[in-house]
Design a protein around this ligand. Structure first.
Ligand code: SF4
Ligand code: SF4
Length: 101
């Protein structure tokens, strides 16, 4: 087992909530993620819902995309998966902070 695998092994059987316990956020009042509802309506696959590791994108009861930007891990996956997501880094001092110890 290499060093990377040794580091990750204790997290292998944890739930998403348990894994995210190690992450700290300083939440801005303004979202750093935006979508255009007009672009999302005809989108059939809704990849954003499935590719985000933090479950930031969800559908509400009217099938509109809701963004829980407070939980964003800033991994950048969604900006690659969907060209219609407006993505920018959170303002300085805000966003995610990782603890490894
Ligand atoms: S954000 Fe992108 S992937 Fe998600 S529903 Fe809108 S268009 Fe589709
Ligand atoms: S950057 Fe990563 S964690 Fe944040 S919304 Fe996109 S996929 Fe989810």
């Amino acid at each position: 087992m290499n060093q990377f695998e040794q580091t990750l092994q204790p997290l292998a059987h944890k739930t998403l909530a348990e894994k995210l316990y190690l992450v700290r956020f300083k939440t801005d009042t303004e979202s750093h993620l935006k979508v255009d509802p007009e672009k999302c309506k005809p989108c059939k696959d809704k990849d954003c819902i499935y590719i985000c590791p933090a479950e930031v994108y969800k559908l509400d009861e009217k099938e509109n995309i809701v963004i829980s930007y407070e939980a964003c891990l800033e991994c950048g996956t969604c900006r690659i998966a969907c060209e219609f997501i407006e993505w920018r880094n959170p303002k300085g001092g805000y966003g995610v902070c990782y603890r490894y110890g």
